[in-house]
Design a protein around this ligand. Structure first.
Ligand code: GCW
Length: 693
């Protein structure tokens, strides 16, 4: 049903009758007869969309009646290669020569009389054709005109999702029911939801997915599951989505019965070669392997006295004979038993330290996958400095739609404004403009394969993420991979029209709440770069617990005492982290005067009484921000009330419940944090709010 959320932004709600000025389309021509082809899928999708949005029932054929003729008022979708070269539209189609892989050309053109325009959708490849079809439908669904000529190509070839699904059906950091992929140790029989997810992914031009948790299990590769993975790939392929898997490093021991998983042991090498061959039999277009090794208790090459490159290259060589498979080797390698008494210790230093010197020794199909910040999906982090260290080794940047530290989809936090602080950051590598988004796209270092991954936690719940509003982040993630310069306001407006309604009150309200949501959450969770002050000891990463940040080996320290707070990450007196950035950036962060307020405590250990650029002291900023943030959260459910009757009751109530919960929890956050720091430093709130009851 349209109300339950399954269709998300692909509801294709009927346009109001008075708006339907569209003439009838005569037919859909999808230039492929293969049911597994995204072009075939595109034909079906257009048929479904026309039926729902315009109430037009239009037939599909898979060939043009006469080679050189586009039938009047038809919609024709195909690829540069399958489109007849002698059509009247040939000149415009030739513009496709500037298309990149997965790009498309879309145009609506009059047939020279008063009749309706015909629409041509030409993909650089089959996937591009499907993307063009979705573009056409999403314009239609928003009642926007189809342009005469529209051409679009992706910023980067890698636009992938990482699900952290376990074989037993649980999802690590999943908040929306059990896995849509696995149950009881095996791939589910019914993969209906997987196909629906692939459709959502394709509609925002995401082209790959790693289907299982990076904390992987050796049984993923047992014979039954190899078949299951083949079924998953078959279900997603018609949507242009390819699959890959995350591997458990000690699989040779635990599944293969070998005595070691040493990456240089010949038996281990042949074990992985063998498994890889078997996997490719089931999944001939497999993306490759995602590897979490020597991280948070996982085994890895260091366990066997080998280098990280030895580990990565083992898998890279196993993949090579089979096609374009890559190793996504995660940079998330760090010691989680770090000694806090040593002020030089710093988890943020780990990635650069572990990967330094490996740039030239990885096989060319190894990509290093780097979380956007050096710690772990916090409310505010500077970009990972490792992004400035790799020249030859291509990278994937890792974002997180899952909102693990960001309210876990129970709080509204629209993420693009956070992503932009990373993507638009200029690393000044070699003294030249080096925006993170240009490094990631491959432009800065002329890479061919690089791009994006995001941890996504869709589950079996009919809302996919447990919250209707959280879905804007999944939608936006696809939009940002395609075009990282996208305008965050335009993206949420499009999403709102597609998901809820075109009504201006609905569009304005959802847009405003979303645009305010990240700063609001930052205000009541963790300010000035101190990170999200949530419970990390119980590892739930939810709810306020500032005391939990220190006194353990995880290295997400605040070093708060009675007088001062923050990590000294300078090279002069601290951990040396700031020196991992190229010199122009390092210089800014080295000095508290030039460090922007929002990252002050990330880089510097300062007194609570230190004045910020705003003129406030650090401690007063904490108090004020928490009161402002919590206060603004109180307005969310009230403002949402304006939508009553303008959207369906089911989604209205579901969302109202969430926003009301958030408003309450924001007060808990405010009071916990403010009281904690008042108790620490004893400095009262100038406005007499904290501790006064
Ligand atoms: O953010 C942390 C999470 C872990 C996760 C790990 C990782 C999959 O708390 O749950 O493990 O990062 O990214 O590997």
């Amino acid at each position: 049903a349209l109300e339950d959320g399954l269709e998300a932004w692909l509801r294709y709600a009927p346009l109001p009758a008075e708006n339907v000025k569209h003439p009838r389309f005569s037919q859909i021509v999808a230039l492929s007869e293969s049911k597994s082809s995204p072009v075939y899928t595109a034909g079906k999708e257009i048929q479904d969309g026309l039926n729902k949005i315009l109430r037009q029932k239009v037939d599909i054929t898979n060939t043009l009646p006469e080679a050189a003729q586009i039938p009047a008022s038809a919609i024709v979708v195909g690829t540069v290669d399958t489109f007849p070269s002698a059509t009247p539209a040939i000149q415009t189609i030739q513009e496709c020569s500037s298309l990149k892989e997965d790009g498309f050309w879309l145009g609506a053109q009059k047939d020279g009389n008063d009749g309706p325009a015909h629409v041509l959708i030409v993909g650089e490849n089959e996937r591009g054709a499907l993307y063009g079809a979705f573009k056409f439908l999403m314009l239609l669904a928003q009642d926007k005109p189809c342009p005469e000529t529209y051409i679009s190509s992706p910023s980067a070839p890698i636009r992938w999702v990482n699900q952290w699904d376990n074989l037993d059906g649980t999802i690590e950091r999943g908040y929306a029911g059990p896995s849509i992929f696995f149950k009881d140790g095996a791939v589910l029989d019914d993969l209906t939801r997987v196909a629906q997810f692939a459709r959502l992914m394709a509609s925002v031009r995401l082209n790959g997915i790693i289907v299982n948790n990076v904390n992987s299990h050796c049984n993923l590769l047992n014979p039954t599951n190899l078949k299951g993975l083949g079924r998953i790939a078959d279900v997603m392929r018609p949507w242009g989505v390819r699959i890959g898997v995350a591997l458990y490093f000690d699989t040779p021991i635990e599944l293969g019965g070998l005595s070691t998983s040493d990456p240089l042991d010949p038996n281990v090498v042949s074990f992985w070669n063998d498994i890889t061959t078997q996997l490719y039999e089931k999944v001939p277009d497999m993306l490759g392997y995602l590897i979490k090794a020597n991280s948070e208790g996982q085994p890895g090459p260091l366990t066997y006295g080998r280098t990280l490159a030895d580990g990565a290259n083992l898998f890279a060589r196993a993949l090579k004979p089979h096609g374009d498979g890559i190793v996504m080797y995660r940079a998330f390698v760090y010691n989680h038993h770090l000694d806090e008494s040593n002020w030089k210790n710093d988890r943020a230093n780990a990635a650069v330290e572990f990967f330094e010197g490996l740039d030239d020794v990885f096989e060319d199909n190894v990509l290093v996958q780097i979380k956007y910040g050096p710690i772990d999906f916090q409310i505010r982090e500077p970009p990972s400095p490792l992004l400035a260290h790799l020249r030859r080794t291509q990278v994937i940047i890792e974002f997180q739609v899952a909102q693990e530290y960001l309210g876990q989809q129970s709080h509204l936090v629209y993420l693009p404004p956070l992503w932009k602080t990373i993507l638009d950051f200029d690393l000044r590598i070699d003294g030249q403009q080096s925006l993170v988004r240009d490094v990631v796209s491959g432009e800065r270092f002329n890479w061919k394969r690089s791009g994006y991954a995001a941890v996504v936690n869709v589950g079996n719940d009919s809302t996919w993420l447990g919250s209707h509003l959280a879905m804007s982040n999944l939608y936006a993630y696809g939009r940002y991979c395609w075009d990282p310069t996208s305008d965050e306001r335009a993206v949420i407006e499009d999403w709102t029209r597609l998901t809820f309604s075109h009504h201006p009150t609905v569009v304005d309200t959802v847009t405003q709440l979303s645009m305010e949501s990240w700063p609001t959450y930052e205000n009541y969770s963790g300010n000035l770069g101190i990170q999200t002050l949530c419970d990390i000891v119980k590892t739930c990463h939810y709810g306020p617990s500032p005391a939990a940040m220190d006194g353990n080996g995880w290295g997400q320290w605040t070093r708060a005492d009675a007088h001062a707070i923050g990590m000294d990450r300078t090279t002069a007196t601290g951990t040396g982290y700031s020196g991992q950035y190229p010199s122009e950036v390092a210089k800014i962060f080295e000095n508290p005067e030039t460090t922007p307020d929002e990252l002050l405590l990330w880089f510097h250990h300062v007194r609570y009484t230190r004045r910020l650029k705003s003129g406030k002291t650090v401690i007063q900023h904490f108090y004020d921000a928490h009161y402002d943030g919590a206060q603004n959260a109180q307005t969310f459910p009230v403002r949402w009330e304006a939508l009553r009757g303008l959207i369906d009751d089911h989604r209205f109530e579901h969302t109202l419940f969430r926003l009301t919960y958030q408003a309450g929890h924001a007060l808990v956050w405010r009071d916990s944090i403010c009281n904690f720091y008042l108790a620490k430093c004893g400095i009262p709130d100038e406005h007499h709010r904290v501790g006064s009851y």
